[in-house]
Write a protein that binds this ligand. Structure first.
Ligand code: C5P
Length: 465
């Protein structure tokens, strides 16, 4: 069976039901995926309700209603089929739309998952879109949400743009006039909303000495080029507003700067995905910033606000999301400073920190990823945080870089193995993974993860550093 076959049978199955419960994840991919499936269901006249969960675990399984509705899991489920079996769900009342690694289970639930078909660079929203298009080709407008999910789940990072079926979706959306695909754009976050010098300074991939993490340095660099950085009214311009000739001057000067530091300049450029129908200088303008807006909603337990935005609300829901985004950024900045000021503890192959109960478990992974560029980028970072609603449980988030993943490091494998050994559960991706573990096993767990990462390095023939 190919992915196309799985998509076809998934669409056929969904269309036979009258009542569906959608269970999705609270991150950008989960929210975008839920919105795609919910809109496809509405358009097909199928009644549905949605449940969002932080992770599928015994506690959150209680949110899944025990009723006769068809259960459609999105962006989760593949790795937690044992929980579905424990609940007594039968194969014929479940469909999983996912992109995470499947864990073995005595029951094999019907699944449409890009991963076993070799497509590791596609998100659950991407898979959901393929199913929605199979249900009705008129759903092509939902390609925008698929691209938000794909970009939000970092599927575009390693290759500086989407690849494979995820890129096909973006091109399909471009063909339908919903998406503008820009090749060789500046590979920076915030090109639609941040003043250019801030945008450059906040970017750490590629790391540019004198500019990365240095707002004044970035401003001086741009001022020397003699281009307009502000409007006549003294408002700072964002990258999107810079004229093409000035954009070329900026990128060629950045290339020179990077090369003079002995680095490769190829990661300075990436393909970007804009939504021309959205208001200028808003986070809705491009896939990356749209995804952050959804993450802000989800990680602050308001995924339905994100869902409303995905369904087109540009009024109350959007205003609420803007507030959450401001708060999201402020707390992440605070977390970043906390990690840097407190300092991480280094083991031979990883670095780690416990942030106590200071921050919500839903954002520590994001803060960890951002802190990494200011720490030793060679060692994956592991952050532990208390679970306020269950003090016996610790949430773990791990992040690393593309460069380290390229050397054979797989955080998903390390966290899944180490957490299972202590009676917890983990999952995710090579570059970003998470787990829940019993609090009392923290010390043993950290050492075990270090050992597993060291074994991965050895297996790659790199040896210890
Ligand atoms: O929570 P965090 O942002 O660190 O999660 C990183 C990745 O790991 C996400 O893709 C998330 O779905 C996955 N994860 C998982 N199982 C967990 C925790 C996180 O699959 N218990």
């Amino acid at each position: 069976m190919s992915l196309c076959d799985d998509v076809r049978s998934a669409a056929r199955e969904i269309l036979t039901h009258q009542e569906v419960t959608l269970i999705s994840h609270i991150d950008a991919d989960g929210i975008a995926g839920e919105s795609i499936l919910a809109q496809a269901l509405s358009r097909a006249g199928i009644h549905h309700t949605s449940v969002f969960v932080r992770q599928l675990e015994p506690m959150t399984m209680r949110q899944v209603p025990e009723d006769k509705t068809f259960k459609l899991f999105c962006d989760l489920g593949a790795g937690q089929q044992n929980l579905l079996a424990e609940r007594g769900l039968r194969e014929e009342e479940v469909l999983i739309v996912d992109h995470h690694v499947s864990q073995p289970c005595e029951r094999e639930y019907p699944q449409v998952n890009c991963l076993p078909h070799g497509f590791s660079k596609m998100s659950a929203a991407g898979v959901a879109y393929l199913v929605a298009m199979e249900m009705d080709p008129g759903n092509v407008d939902l390609s925008r949400l698929a691209v938000v999910g794909n970009v939000g789940d970092m599927m575009a990072r390693e290759d500086c743009g989407l690849v494979g079926p995820a890129r096909e979706i973006a091109l399909q959306g471009a063909g339908a006039g919903c998406i503008e695909v820009i090749s060789r754009d500046l590979n920076c976050y915030g090109t639609s909303t941040r003043p250019l010098h801030v945008c450059l300074a906040y970017n750490d991939d590629p790391f540019i000495p004198g500019i990365t993490n240095n707002v004044n340095g970035a401003l001086r660099f741009l001022q020397k080029l003699g281009i307009d950085l502000q409007t006549p009214e003294k408002r700072w311009l964002v990258w999107e507003e810079i004229p093409p000739v000035d954009k070329r001057l900026v990128t060629s000067s950045l290339v020179q700067q990077i090369i003079s530091c002995g680095e490769r300049a190829d990661r300075l450029f990436s393909e970007s995905y804009l939504f021309p129908g959205e208001a200028a200088r808003t986070p809705l303008r491009n896939a990356q910033e749209f995804a952050t807006l959804l993450n802000a909603c989800g990680r602050w337990t308001r995924p339905r606000v994100g869902g409303a935005i995905c369904r087109g609300d540009r009024g109350p829901a959007y205003r609420e999301a803007e507030h959450m985004l401001t708060n999201h950024r402020a707390v992440i900045r605070d977390l970043l400073e906390y990690i840097l000021n407190t300092g991480v503890r280094e083991l031979s192959h990883i670095q780690f920190i416990h942030v106590g109960s200071r921050y919500p478990d839903t954002i520590v992974g994001i803060g960890a990823g951002m802190a990494l560029s200011r720490l030793n980028m060679e060692k994956p970072i592991l952050v532990m945080v208390e679970q306020p609603e269950d003090p016996a449980l610790t949430k773990v988030s791990m992040r690393t870089t593309e460069r380290v993943v390229g050397r054979g490091i797989d955080l998903q494998q390390a966290l899944t193995t180490a957490s299972a050994e202590v009676g917890g559960a983990g999952g995710g991706h090579r570059i970003a993974a998470g787990a829940f573990i019993p609090k009392e096993s923290e010390e043993h767990f950290v050492n075990r993860v270090n050992q597993l990462i060291s074994e991965q390095r050895c297996a790659e023939g790199q040896g210890h550093r």
